[in-house]
Design a protein around this ligand. Structure first.
Ligand SMILES: C[S@@+](CC[C@H](N)C(=O)[O-])C[C@H]1O[C@@H](n2cnc3c(N)ncnc32)[C@H](O)[C@@H]1O
Length: 719
């Protein structure tokens, strides 16, 4: 029998076993070599040796692959541990009298039950006593303070739905029962947003997912998922928000017509006072004709003059000297050379950067400033209810805010003069808006301070449904002053979540922070029959995608006996701090900053939660929120790991936990003018995800979107 026929036969036999030719070929070659071309050995028992060899090789390939994954996983865990250690050390060095993270560790060492997951995934508060049907280590509410599990928004407590609580992850086996398994691959990949389901399948649309919806965010600087994005930033170098600092003089080119003229003598043009002249070397000495330099013949010097006429004409002249003989250079060549030089010199520069455009912008700004300047006190130009306000005040205060190694060079444009309020009076404090960076306007949206609960939904909760143990009808005055915790406090862990100063207590705050920073501490709950999945498709009920257990706060409300000034009513009283929406530097678009110092644990604002659809049949509360209706939280930018805000679910109105508020609290002291940020929980390494939301510009030394570069000691470079 000719060998090629034997090969074809072997291929056919393997094909019958479902093994493709390309898999058979290399193994067959190896076997032939091994058996010294003894085909009989290969052909006997219907090619058994060949089939076995193929299966063996597949197994070892799989093993190899698994090993690789394990190594990657271990590397990630090490990195995570290192990062946690660094953040922890950093946090401890900041003035925190009670060393909260240490306390937290001690609590876990004490053997307290499972780590709470007061994190951001899950959109419904869940009462363990009613719904958790498997609790490995039952603990009293007092012990589990602030650690009640929270289930996904709107539907978690539907009749008959059981929640399995395991220390980790629970999946159904073929018989429908649930097995606890470790889902290592997804560890650390759960989104930190209130909704833990896979991102593409989330039911709830909240502002934390806006980053994936550029179309909604008109005016938002959403970066496409392309490798070479607009800004040139070395991937391994964290960067701050600081605007690029120009170290070389801006090349200001005189128009051809001006090249041989002295700007100051041009007809109808008045040279601006000396203050407007930028002497780039500070040692230019001009003769009467302005053409010769005395004293420093070999040092190139440059001087920029800006002249404007009453008719609005602006001329910019650049006087350069330093070489005795200069040959003529075309403006285009010069522009190109300067652009190339800038592109090489600056870390943060758009590849399409153009000096010509820069000069045009300069003229426009000059015109704008010039035509607006009066002797009256400077007032922000309010260009419409939702448009950006450009403060034309020349008396800027320079303020440097240093936080976590980041220095933000914020120029505060005398905010007292910024007389606008994006909240249109709906918050107790006005939220001003400034854009000192570009001419971008705020996208149009309707500001609403709270979730619009009763809109377009069949809602059946009422005061009558709030039982006495869901509120504190016998309390009076201020619950916080009572020696025993009231029923409201008992619901969120047996202790009031707030201090008498209205700050979230350290134990709860630190648990939430820890959960954000260390995904491995999260506890995921799986329903036997997930109401969320049922709401999506009742016919084919999909397996529960998991909900994070998390801490929450229960505030007193209408049916409680205490007064409106009770210390357990913080979030419902609204924003109490001076905030400002401002245009950030470095490609993040609009952001929010505080205009005053904030202590740790301060309530900052609410995030509005929306749902994809309203479930009328189940008569469950669903919050319907068109995305154009948003509040100030919509402008909070992302920062990896060490953000200064953390979200905590707060239950105010509804006792059955189908509806709650997500409130942001400060994770540490925040200085005036610092940008307020939160961790969106994005896994920038998740290459499988079809959409990479944006190229992170958070500037954090722990940024997850920076490919690890290692130093010689093998440690990740921190700055
Ligand atoms: C919820 S919005 C925040 C407000 C937004 N900056 C704006 O101008 O409307 C989320 C978007 O802001 C931008 N963003 C937020 N954090 C960022 C970061 N760390 N780096 C780059 N872009 C960021 C992204 O475009 C993201 O899609």
């Amino acid at each position: 029998m000719a060998p090629n026929i034997r090969v074809a036969k072997a291929f056919r036999a393997m094909k019958d076993l479902g093994i493709p030719e390309e898999k058979t070929k290399p193994v067959l070659k190896r076997l032939l070599k091994l058996y010294d071309k003894n085909w009989e050995l290969i052909e006997e028992e219907n090619y058994r040796a060949l089939a076995d060899a193929i299966f063996d090789s597949q197994e070892s390939e799989a093993l190899e692959h698994k090993k690789k994954l394990d190594v990657q996983q271990r590397r990630k865990q090490l990195e995570q541990a290192e990062r946690m250690k660094a953040i922890e050390e950093e946090t401890q060095t900041q003035e925190e009298p009670e060393r909260p993270l240490k306390r937290l560790r001690l609590r876990h060492q004490d053997g307290q039950s499972s780590p709470s997951s007061p994190n951001s995934n899950g959109a419904l508060l869940k009462r363990p006593k009613l719904e958790v049907d498997e609790v490995p280590e039952p603990v009293s509410p007092l012990k589990r303070k602030g650690k009640q599990p929270i289930l996904p928004n709107d539907l978690a407590r539907i009749e008959g739905s059981d929640v399995i609580h395991s220390g980790d992850v629970v999946v159904a086996d073929a018989t429908g029962s649930y097995l606890a398994v470790r889902r290592l691959r997804n560890r650390g990949k759960e989104p930190l947003s209130p909704h833990p389901a896979p991102r593409e399948k989330r039911l709830v649309k909240s502002s934390d997912v806006h980053f994936k919806e550029p179309k909604v965010e008109t005016g938002v600087n959403v970066m496409p998922k392309k490798k070479n994005h607009a800004l040139i930033i070395p991937k391994d170098e964290p960067h701050s928000d600081n605007p690029p600092h120009y170290q070389v003089p801006l090349a200001v080119i005189m128009p051809e017509s001006l090249a041989n003229e002295d700007a100051s003598t041009d007809n109808n043009l008045e040279t601006e006072p000396d203050s407007e002249s930028v002497d780039l070397r500070n040692h230019v000495h001009e003769t009467s004709n302005g053409n010769e330099l005395i004293g420093i013949p070999n040092e190139p010097t440059a001087k920029v003059d800006i002249a404007s006429s009453s008719s609005g004409e602006i001329k910019i002249s650049l006087c350069v000297n330093g070489k005795t003989k200069l040959s003529a250079t075309s403006v285009d060549t010069l522009l190109k050379t300067v652009e190339d030089k800038c592109l090489k010199s600056y870390k943060l520069l758009d590849p399409s950067f153009s000096v010509k455009k820069l000069m045009k912008d300069m003229c426009e700004c000059f015109l704008e400033l010039g035509s607006n300047s009066t002797n009256e006190p400077p007032v922000a130009i309010d260009v419409g209810p939702m448009k950006s306000v450009i403060d034309n005040n020349g008396n800027d205060h320079e303020k440097q805010v240093e936080q976590n190694g980041i220095i933000e060079n914020n120029t505060m444009s005398s905010s007292d003069d910024v007389v606008n309020d994006i909240a249109k009076g709906q918050e107790s404090e006005a939220i001003s808006l400034v854009n000192e960076v570009n001419t971008e306007c705020l996208p149009s949206f309707h500001y609403i301070p709270k979730n619009a609960v009763f809109q377009n939904a069949h809602v059946d909760f009422s005061l009558a449904r709030i039982a006495d143990d869901n509120c504190c009808p016998t309390c009076f005055d201020d619950c916080l002053t009572s020696s025993t915790p009231c029923p409201c406090a008992l619901q969120s862990g047996g202790e009031f979540a707030y201090t008498s100063e209205g700050l979230v207590k350290e134990w709860l705050l630190d648990d939430c922070i820890q959960m954000n920073r260390d995904p491995q501490k999260r506890v995921v709950l799986y329903c036997k029959e997930c109401p969320l999945e049922r709401s999506k498709n009742e016919e084919i009920l999909e397996q529960c995608k998991g909900h994070l257990e998390r801490g929450f706060i229960k505030e007193c409300w209408l049916k409680c006996g205490c007064n409106k000034k009770c210390g357990n009513r913080v979030v419902q009283c609204g924003i109490k701090h001076k905030l400002q929406v401002f245009m950030t530097h470095g490609g993040k678009g609009w952001g929010v900053r505080t205009l005053e110092d904030l202590p740790k644990g301060a309530f900052y604002c609410l995030m509005l939660i929306g749902a994809e659809r309203v479930n009328l049949r189940m008569k469950k509360l669903c919050v319907w929120m068109p995305l154009i209706m948003e509040n100030v939280a919509r402008f909070i930018n992302h920062r990896c790991f060490d953000s200064n805000l953390v979200e905590i679910p707060v239950e105010v109105e509804n006792p059955d936990r189908h509806y709650y508020h997500l409130a942001f609290f400060t994770t540490r002291k925040v200085k005036a003018l610092e940008e307020l940020t939160r961790d969106y929980g994005i896994d920038f390494d998740d290459d499988d995800h079809p959409v990479k939301p944006f190229q992170c510009q958070c500037g954090s030394r722990y940024c997850r979107d920076i490919k690890p570069s290692t130093t010689r000691s093998g440690k990740r470079r921190l700055s």
